[in-house]
Design a protein around this ligand. Structure first.
Ligand SMILES: Cc1cc2nc3c(=O)[nH]c(=O)nc-3n(C[C@H](O)[C@H](O)[C@H](O)COP(=O)(O)OP(=O)(O)OC[C@H]3O[C@@H](n4cnc5c(N)ncnc54)[C@H](O)[C@@H]3O)c2cc1C
Length: 486
């Protein structure tokens, strides 16, 4: 016990000093502080315990990994309430996580405990009323497959591994955005635990202000334990046309021009993303385009022909169930954990060919100068006509005018490359901003690096209301690590 106590103090000096569960003691272990207040099924471990790795929430990127001093995996909502209350009373910082896909700049210096939401993993589907309710530990895959199996669907992110609620509370974009809008646009209600440890509901009729704030800035207001969404009947019996093209570097300008033809008139059922990457075998950059169409190949053919005309060196047409398509994120390694990967992002409302061309040339030069850099630069194209049907005032997420979501995933094995990568990518972000079509940066928080600031994530116009709500629901900044509102 003494060893554990000292170890805890060494990792986080004073972390649980004067814990109320151990009166008269200068410090106590995480187990001593929480164990008697939670149900036996709740798992608790300090970072030096043998079972720590099974209690702590898994993390996707090794970039900016917090130095957890301990972890708790609550079994029930009541346990979670107690954990929040005790942590706040004892001044113990915590971050609640699920999929672990949301690293932000500065989190590497966070010291405190992890609350692993993984046990809240139920998905309840009400087909009669077209509703699905998911717990805080549910991953996108659970929702995608659960609904597919009953002939329903919902707009989600494109991968299977992120946490469903974590994606939602930023906005939630993906290949069905064109058809249904953002994940927050189909969110009906949530149950959440506040900084006081209270369990509250938020919806269009209950705690309306809070419901506005958690649809975009959800990481700042509490822990959502359960979320209920509207769902849709399956499109095209759940089948998708998915086409992969690979273009050589020399075709980049032609490809950007092709993509430009979709500005402002992208069909709802058509989504695509282009991925700039470097082929170390041929020592050249290349561009992979993934096109998705929620209909038969015959309907998608005009769009396939459009991209084929840009001269790909590889073209592969498939027709498959949407769950098989989502699962490709697993087989393609997108969900692999443990690499150092940071992200930079920006939204555009137009495709400026010269700007894309310059970015492609800069990326190529950076790849060549840095042989260990294995990052990618992605342009995601989703029609935003449906997204714009929800009034801007409905949610704190403000950027319904984004048509192109630019995202880099900066992967490198040598951590010392980090500052150079960040400098380069921040430069690219500045360059691309000038032709984004927006006067101020429009940044999707869930793709953000973390340095952009609250006005870029939530708009300057929304900040007074957002900050007022923060002062009501979380005046002592218990939540929102990595997402400062000031
Ligand atoms: C491989 C990959 C693919 C992605 N694909 C998409 C995509 O297609 N579309 C898209 O929109 N986004 C996508 N994202 C971004 C994703 O939306 C964010 O990373 C999101 O934060 C992931 O949530 P998480 O639970 O996995 O992460 P975590 O790291 O567990 O959580 C991220 C943040 O959300 C908070 N949080 C998590 N759960 C809750 C909760 N229940 N209540 C309150 N706060 C909570 C955490 O405290 C933390 O601040 C992707 C990210 C990655 C790495």
């Amino acid at each position: 016990m003494l060893t554990r106590l000292l170890a805890l103090a060494a990792v986080a000096p004073g972390l649980v000093a004067y814990g109320k569960k151990a009166p008269g003691r200068a410090a106590c272990t995480i187990e001593e502080l929480f164990e008697s207040s939670v149900s036996p099924a709740t798992e608790i471990a300090s970072s030096t315990d043998a079972n720590f790795s099974s209690v702590v929430g898994p993390r996707w990127s090794a970039w900016e990994a917090p130095a957890w001093s301990g972890a708790i995996k609550p079994a029930t909502e009541a346990d979670l309430q107690k954990i929040v209350q005790i942590s706040v009373e004892n001044n113990i910082p915590f971050i609640a996580t699920n999929g672990g896909h949301g690293p932000k700049q500065g989190q590497g210096s966070f010291t405190g405990i992890n609350i692993n939401l993984g046990s809240f993993n139920t998905v309840s589907i009400d087909t009669a009323n077209n509703l699905v309710t998911v717990g805080a530990g549910v991953k996108l895959w659970d929702v995608q497959t659960g609904l597919y199996n009953v002939g329903k669907e919902i707009q989600t992110g494109n991968s299977i591994c992120p946490g469903a609620i974590g994606v939602t509370i930023g906005a939630g974009i993906g290949m069905m955005t064109g058809m249904y809008g953002l994940m927050i646009d189909t969110l009906k209600s949530v149950r959440m635990i506040t900084a006081k440890g209270q369990l509250v509901k938020a919806s269009a009729t209950e705690n309306k202000d809070l419901f506005w704030a958690i649809r975009g800035a959800g990481v700042n207001f509490g822990i959502v334990t359960e979320a209920t969404y509207g769902i849709h009947d399956q499109t095209n019996e759940g089948n998708v046309t998915a086409v992969t093209f690979v273009y050589a570097a020399a075709s980049n300008r032609t490809l950007w021009k092709t993509m430009q033809t979709f500005d402002g008139n992208q069909p709802a059922k058509l989504s695509f993303q282009t991925v700039i990457q470097f082929n170390r075998a041929s020592n050249a950059s290349q561009i992979v385009v993934q096109l998705w169409y929620f209909g038969p190949v015959s309907e998608a053919q005009p769009y396939i022909d459009t991209f084929a005309a840009a001269g790909p060196v590889v073209q592969s047409v498939t027709y498959l169930p949407q769950t098989d398509l989502y699962y490709q994120s697993e087989t393609a390694g997108v969900c692999d954990r443990g690499h150092i990967i940071s992200a930079h992002s920006l939204g555009f409302n137009q495709t400026v060919v010269s700007s894309y061309e310059a970015h492609f040339a800069d990326m190529t030069a950076f790849y060549i100068a840095n042989p260990s850099f294995a990052g990618i630069s992605v342009f995601q194209y989703y029609s935003n006509k449906q997204t714009l049907k929800t009034p801007a005032s409905e949610t704190v997420f403000p950027w319904r005018d984004i048509q192109v979501w630019w995202l880099t995933q900066n992967q490198y094995s040598d951590a010392s490359l980090g500052p150079q990568v960040d400098k380069f990518m921040i430069g690219q972000r500045t360059n691309l901003q000038t032709t984004s079509g927006f006067d101020t940066p429009h940044v999707y928080f869930n793709y953000a690096f973390g340095d952009e600031g609250a006005a870029a994530w939530y708009s300057a116009a929304n900040l007074p209301r957002l900050r007022k709500l923060k002062s009501i629901w979380d005046p002592n900044f218990v939540f929102g690590n990595g997402a400062p509102l000031y």
